[in-house]
Design a protein around this ligand. Structure first.
Ligand SMILES: [Zn+2]
Length: 266
């Protein structure tokens, strides 16, 4: 059984064929999903799906690339955070705050970076208030992101989604208690850092994700990523670590349940 720790069933491209994608994933052995919000509307949809399907959990939050929608004035931020707070409290199936973090790939202006940091910290506070882990979106900002997490400790820590830093930095995140999520990028020919990270961190730190509809693994690279494709990534990792596909699934499932504080009964 595979736990997809970062999926966007709430993205239009996946949502329009939800039944197909969901059922095909279940048939492929993907049995648990954390559907990740990236703004208020997508967070609402994540909750709606989580309320309907036992296999789906929800994360609510504002992705850094959406920050420009909101004014720098903190009253505006507070309004948005208020909405995320009430969404998070509205359902027991909300088990994380995310995806939140920093993205300097798309946003390079200093004032936008500052705005991202404010939103990140405010949502970290929210996670601590609600005693939830976080799902982190961090692109080209690995050091700043780390500094914030070191200074603003998240009690329940969380998952580094689509981790793309060095293996050394991954070990630093590991020390803080974060899990490292591997997605389609692991299977790409040029993903040297990601592969080295997998080989160098503890097995206890490994989780998997699709990030569907983004970043489809080889041999589907360039196409829309589908939830069932996570199997390719898990198989690839198992081969790299020289363990069986089943063992890889078991290790990652245990790690996923642990970091997301889920008691698995059936
Ligand atoms: Zn995402």
């Amino acid at each position: 059984m595979i736990f997809d720790t970062h999926i966007h069933f709430n993205d239009e491209r996946v949502y329009q064929n939800f039944d197909k994608h969901f059922n095909e994933a279940l048939e492929s052995g993907v049995k648990r999903f954390l559907c990740i919000g990236y703004d208020v509307e997508s967070s609402k949809l994540a909750i709606k799906l989580a309320e309907k399907y036992p296999e789906i959990y929800a994360a609510v939050g504002i992705i850094p690339t959406e920050h420009k929608q909101y004014e720098l004035k903190s009253e505006e931020n507070l309004g948005t955070i208020e909405e995320i707070r009430s969404l998070a409290k509205s359902s027991k199936k909300v088990i994380a705050i995310g995806e939140i973090g920093l993205d300097y790939y798309w946003e390079k202006a200093p004032e936008i970076k500052e705005k991202q940091k404010i939103m990140f910290k405010e949502q970290i506070e929210l996670a601590n208030e609600l005693n939830l882990p976080i799902s982190i979106h961090c692109r080209d900002a690995i050091q700043d992101c780390f500094n914030i997490l070191k200074e603003h400790k998240v009690k329940k820590t969380g998952i580094m989604h689509c981790y793309s830093g060095s293996k050394e930095m991954a070990k630093e995140y590991e020390k803080l208690g974060y899990k490292i999520a591997f997605g389609g990028v692991l299977t790409f020919k040029n993903s040297k850092d990601t592969k080295e990270t997998l080989l160098n961190i503890k097995k206890e730190s490994i989780v998997f994700e699709t990030d569907a509809p983004y970043l489809a693994p080889t041999p589907f690279r360039g196409k829309m990523n589908e939830p069932k494709y996570i199997c390719e990534t898990v198989k690839f990792a198992a081969e790299m670590l020289n363990i069986s596909y089943q063992e890889m699934q078991d290790i990652a499932l245990k790690n996923s349940l642990e970091i997301l504080n889920i008691n698995y009964e059936n």
